[in-house]
Design a protein around this ligand. Sequence first.
Ligand code: HEC
Length: 99
Amino acid sequence: MKFAIALILAATLPTPGTQFKQLPNGKGKAEVEAACYACHSADLLAQQRLNEKQWTATVEKMMRWGAVVAPEKKDVVIQYLAKNFGPGNKFVPTKVKTQ
Ligand code: HEC
């Protein structure tokens, strides 16, 4: 039984050496990393498919929840997220990727 559980775990965990998602380079990347990495991995951000309006609502929600985004940085953060993780985004997080 223990062996079966270990097998299931081994099958679902990313294999050693798996590269986790890095945020793509671009204007706003540093601001997003500073504001969002305190609570999220890049994967959580990169798997979204939100338009600019939805990203605005999400960033404002996160600011209410404790994300530190200076008022003058808010726009660059939203633009970066909407540009890279918009409705056309194809990224699938590692843990749900099929073989
Ligand atoms: C103080 C901690 C904290 C920070 C900083 C933070 N978040 Fe979140 N975020 C949360 C929590 C808590 C949730 C809800 C639980 C979850 O889905 O992980 C969440 C959920 C999300 C979700 C999932 C969808 C949703 O609306 O619930 C997205 C997308 C997201 N955050 C984006 C961001 C972005 C972008 C930033 C940076 C601007 C950010 N977060 C910064 C705490 C944080």
